[in-house]
Design a protein around this ligand. Structure first.
Ligand code: FAD
Length: 391
């Protein structure tokens, strides 16, 4: 038996993984504080909809207070029905497109983030951008923030995403590179006409040199109404169900060489790329909220082990998977549950901190590096054919 109690756990980043970890630690009776760089409470753009498969859903069920988990379920949407493959004139090429595994649910990222912030109260502080980490010999670790403040705890978890400051502290040699993938995405409120484009688990439209992927976010219950009933007091704006679409162009496409467009510019660029495509697809883009056209990044190599100490990683900070691979959030939430379980063992005095974090790291890197590889393989299904291969 070792001395009981872990001490305060500092989590850097209030994203999907960091917030899941915070809930899991609270449930296990540990003291946790989360520091988030953004000022707001979750409106930062990072894509619209995510697909949660069994690992992610199980992790949330194990971590969240029951009423918050019920709200996740109530505001999620089905991912069932045939996956369709169309050409750009909406001729059906296949009704058997591979899609999310059975039992997966679609969730809106902003809705989920708001739910995850629920009940954590002042355990989460916004406007705290980590700039440095100092590991002290006396058994503590200090986080330094851009506003000149500091926080000290017994363990620090980098849940600060793909560009992680914490990862650079632990393994500076691993950087990010272009994933050779450029795209734009948007969200269009569902109408019967647009719903017909994506009646099932997902739709892919393959045009010459370009792929358009469509996914449905059809809330089982409108989020603000569901929140008012299930978690009164949780702030949740009204949201309409929508079709999320992602346009992928290969790296040598002229549109990929100037990836700086956003908003209206991005819409014009997408409409130019879809010149001559079926009117339903063009109107889907015309009616959309648009985000930027940008490039995806991946790590330049698998994350290697780091000397086990009081600082560790979780989620994209350790294994940035491609969005199209669709498993980054699921993996980050799994990390959260596993890390929380190891820290709870230490807290109960069943083992020492360093062996617990060592076991967590082995598991994290094995699953995480596998998830990155899986994402790269999955990409091959989505990347448009090179110009010489087009029909
Ligand atoms: C378009 C898109 C679609 C996706 N679709 C899916 C999907 O369908 N299924 C799936 O499983 N995954 C999907 N993913 C991946 C998934 O979103 C990520 O893997 C997941 O969000 C990782 O969680 P995280 O907590 O590690 O990082 P994040 O959720 O990115 O959170 C990191 C947090 O750290 C904060 N932060 C960053 N730097 C600092 C700093 N210096 N100091 C303090 N805070 C900081 C950030 O502001 C952010 O809030 C998708 C990703 C994208 C971009």
């Amino acid at each position: 038996m070792t001395e009981q109690g872990v001490g305060r756990v500092l989590v850097i980043g209030a994203g999907l993984g960091g917030l899941t970890l915070a809930h899991a630690l609270v449930r296990a009776g540990l003291d946790v504080r989360v520091y988030e760089a953004d000022d707001g409470s979750g409106e930062r753009f990072q894509g619209y909809r995510i697909g949660l498969a069994e690992p992610g859903l199980t992790a949330l069920r194990a971590s969240l207070p029951q009423r918050l988990y019920e709200l996740v379920e109530a505001t999620s949407g089905g991912l069932t029905g045939p996956g369709l493959l169309f050409d750009e004139q909406l001729t059906v090429l296949s009704r058997d497109l591979e899609g999310p595994v059975e039992g997966s649910r679609a969730v809106d990222r902003q809705v989920l983030r708001r739910i995850l912030l629920g009940d954590l109260g002042d355990r989460v502080t916004h406007g705290k951008r980590l700039t440095g980490v100092v590991e002290r010999a006396v058994g503590s670790v200090t986080a330094r923030f851009a506003d000149g403040t500091e926080a000290t705890g017994a363990v620090l978890v980098g849940a600060d995403g793909g560009n992680s400051v914490v990862r650079r502290h632990l393994v500076p040699e691993v950087g990010l590179v272009d994933a050779d993938l450029c795209g734009a995405m948007g969200r269009t409120t569902i109408t019967d006409r647009f719903l017909r484009l994506v009646p099932g688990r997902g739709t892919m439209v393959k045009g010459p040199g370009i792929t358009l992927m469509l996914g449905r976010m059809q809330f089982d219950r409108e989020p603000s109404a569901a929140a008012a009933e299930l978690v009164p007091g949780l702030e949740m704006p009204h949201r309409d169900s929508y079709v999320r679409w992602v346009l992928l162009v290969p790296p040598e496409h002229p549109a990929a060489t100037d990836p700086g467009s956003a908003g209206e510019d991005a819409r014009e660029l997408v409409l130019e790329l879809l010149e001559g495509w079926h009117p339903d697809l063009r109107d889907l883009v015309r009616s959309a909220d648009m985000s930027a056209v940008g490039r995806s990044k991946v790590y330049d190599r698998p994350t290697p082990p780091w000397p086990v100490g009081r600082v560790t990683l979780l989620g994209d900070s350790a294994h940035l998977t491609l969005a199209s691979g669709g498993n980054g959030a699921n993996t980050a939430m799994q990390d959260a549950v596993r890390l929380s379980a190891r820290l709870a063992e230490v807290h109960r005095g069943e083992r020492d901190l360093i062996s617990a974090l060592g076991e967590y790291q082995d598991d994290l890197l094995e699953r995480g590096n596998a998830a990155v590889q899986f994402g790269k393989e999955a990409l091959k299904r989505f990347v448009p054919p090179r110009p010489q291969e087009t029909r």
